[in-house]
Design a protein around this ligand. Sequence first.
Ligand SMILES: Cc1ncc(COP(=O)(O)O)c(C=O)c1O
Length: 554
Amino acid sequence: METTLPILSMSVAAAASAAAVFPKIKARVELSRAKHRSLAGHSKMSRRVAKLLPFYEFGENDYFACDGAPANIATQRKDGFFRLAALYAERYPKGRATTKEAADKISDLNFTESYRVPFQFSRLVREHLGTSTFVASSSGVTVTDVDGNTSYDLTGSYGVNIFGNDFYKECIEGAERRAHALGPVLGPYHPVILDNVQRLCRISGLDEVSFHMSGTEAVMQAVRLARYHTGRTHLVRFAGAYHGWWGDVQPGVGNPIPAHETYTLAEMSEKTLRVLRTRKDIACVLVNPLQGLHPNANAPGDSALVDSSRGGNFDRAAYTEWLKKLREVCDQRGIVLIFDEVFVGFRLAAGGAQEYFGVKADMVTYGKSLAGGLPVGVVCGRRELMRRFRDDRPADICFARGTFNSHPYVMTAMDEFLSRLASPNFLAIYDGLEETWNGRAQKLNRMMEDADLPVRFANFSSIWTVKYTTPSRYNWMLQYYLRAEGLALSWVGTGRLIFSLNYTDADFAEVAERFVRAAAKMKADGFWWHDGALTNKQIKRQILKEMLSRRLAR
Ligand SMILES: Cc1ncc(COP(=O)(O)O)c(C=O)c1O
């Protein structure tokens, strides 16, 4: 894929001519060409750009008219905004007050409260559209907050909730009962661990297992082992893919220092395959299959929803083809292929993404749902890759520990989860799953189209993202209209809706109706007004202009 960043194009072109002469330069050029052209593909550049972006915000005058909307539309939008604010104030008094208090002391909440919408709009939203982070109970596919409001849960608990919250409550209850006699004794194992290991080996088709406390740690360990056994330094991750928050897998914005042993390459690209075929320093390739829904793009949070260019389209055949090619090149080059199934594992098929795509990995990481609602990370791998020592070099070990690894309560909860999954009756849940969720997405897309609303959905089974069909700077407002209709989204907003598989057709029909109602209200309030000529490109240019003028004004 050619880079369109001018500076990079120039340097790539200049280096290309020297490439025939100098193999090292050639390898360097090939590496540059295998990067995705977006900022997500250029970690160093994205960090530099992030440092340059100035803060600015819209005052009340331009807040509702930053796209050039006439005064009557701006008034309509403002009325809509403050109508929602009044509704929220009435509906979430306790939740709002406690959220505000907690955000002052809980750094995580302070961050998420500030990054729900593009920063230019954030202050007014924080002041007026605060809802409740505090929920009191869950049941079926709904959650009830501390003010007693019940909403449909579209958060999926970051992906943990595959089978419905009641399923996990049962797992945890059963786990507590069975681990109680041992209690929190660490070091020795609860005997149930053997069943878990056997089941995990069967599911993954791999030989050995290691237990960790989070998905991030599982990925760290898989990469460390790949480096140890190949004797090579670099990991390859794909542009936009999330693998936890450890430095080596987060080389761009968010990590204050560069990751020197990470190559971020374009996914679904022949140029990437060429790099894998030729470089000698690549230990492993990390794949997050969720990227099949939006290859080479970051997780689509609403804080980045500055226009309507957010993509999303899952092409199962094309992604399968890509994984097969990766498998082939990794085999040829002795590169360890790691599927990071922390998010999608157990959601697509009982055998996870390997089964779903029909492609085997050398190592697989799992997490999220696997411990029946308790925290966990797991690595499964081929025996020779999982070994942490060498027979002929006793001091050359690959270290990994963790105080809470293999915690008895986590192990019994995992057994509760895996034994339910193993029952033939339960397995029926995967029958026709893809068709069900594709059908639901199609249905809702049709409803939006029939109602002449600029909202569409792309889905990867039960994981959905919302796309917008007309250029707008206000799409991020939809999450607040949805909340008003009793649809609860996670802090990333409409970028990711995660359905649990216990949504019945009737539940889904109710959600669909509420979605359409929310979008219709947002439209009626003028948030999707546009003059007919506005394009996403113009919006981006406008934002660039705003930023430049703020920087120059300093
Ligand atoms: C694919 C993937 N890998 C790793 C992680 C990190 O897992 P954890 O948050 O448990 O550290 C996540 C979390 O969202 C993930 O989606």
